[in-house]
Design a binder for this molecule. Structure first.
Ligand SMILES: [Zn+2]
Ligand SMILES: [Zn+2]
Length: 279
């Protein structure tokens, strides 16, 4: 499968010369399976540019997986051009545990007085699939989910195809158990042996002194989890909105230093918008 990042920023989109390397758009990941199915994870502001590309390609069938309903994961949806085309067939999947049905969540994102177009007025054929924490298939991709440890809940995803696996866990606090979240050991199991793991790595230890309980992880804890799970590569994700490129670089360097010191062969990198990885 091919994985492309269209947004790796956390909480709110940002712009400016300090953010050029890792990008300012919020969560959106494009996955194209070996069999050609298009799976998009989250509709943060990054989905706008992806939608522009898809419009040119005339892509019709789109599977959209939502992790949860926080604004930074939904706010690009009204600007996703395929929803305004009647030829588009969009299946939206989400965890019902996000306190509401999947349709209702998107309806709220597109309703007066917050947005001038109602979800019911868009032309695309959109269907909604509240999957809870069930496993399911999209073409030849097996999808498994795990509840996130995050305020207002959500789902993490594991995508497997032809013996390759990509695990996506954002907005997940590893060292604080939110209601309905899981334990650290459960996340280790979920990520076990993955070829690629993207995990929320928003905070430094220093940040965490005043951000505990906010639903995000310290990158050092994520590094431990990834090594324990034996993943081949770790992508640090959900960069804090106030973290400039040079600071993200330093976090990446620190991770690489620790990995080398521990004699691990795991690759570590900070996920940047535009990055493409083939598994
Ligand atoms: Zn977020
Ligand atoms: Zn969130």
């Amino acid at each position: 499968m091919m994985i492309r990042c269209w947004g790796a920023r956390g909480s709110i989109s940002v712009s400016g010369k300090e953010y050029l390397k890792y990008g300012g758009d919020t969560t959106c990941i494009e996955v194209v399976s070996d069999s050609g199915d298009l799976i998009i994870i989250d509709a943060g502001t990054g989905i706008r540019a992806l939608g522009n590309k898809l419009s040119l390609e005339k892509t019709r069938k789109i599977h959209l997986l939502l992790t949860h309903a926080h604004w930074d994961h939904l706010s690009g949806f009204p600007f996703f051009k395929p929803i305004y085309k009647k030829e588009s067939e969009i299946k939206v999947y989400g965890p019902q545990t996000t306190q509401d049905s999947v349709r209702h969540i998107l309806s709220k994102a597109m309703s007066a007085p917050y947005f001038p177009v109602e979800l019911s007025d868009v032309s695309a054929n959109i269907t909604f699939h509240g999957m809870g924490n069930k496993d399911y298939n999209i073409g030849s991709v097996r999808i498994t989910t795990i509840p996130l440890s995050h305020p207002n809940q959500g789902a993490g995803y594991r995508l497997e195809e032809n013996g390759k696996s990509f695990v996506f866990l954002t907005d997940n606090e590893l060292t604080h158990h939110h209601p309905t979240g899981c334990d650290y050991a459960d996340y280790v199991n979920f990520a076990k042996g993955a070829n690629l793991l993207f995990h929320d790595s928003e905070y430094t230890r220093e940040d965490y002194k005043h951000t505990k309980g906010w639903g995000h992880s310290v990158y050092l804890d994520v590094l431990d989890l990834a090594m324990e799970a034996g993943v081949d590569a770790l992508g640090l994700f959900h960069h804090n909105q106030d973290r400039f490129d040079d600071e993200v670089d330093r976090i990446e360097e620190d991770c690489r230093r620790i990995v080398a010191k521990k004699g691990s062969a795991m690759k570590v990198f900070a996920v940047a918008t535009g990055m493409v990885i083939k598994l």
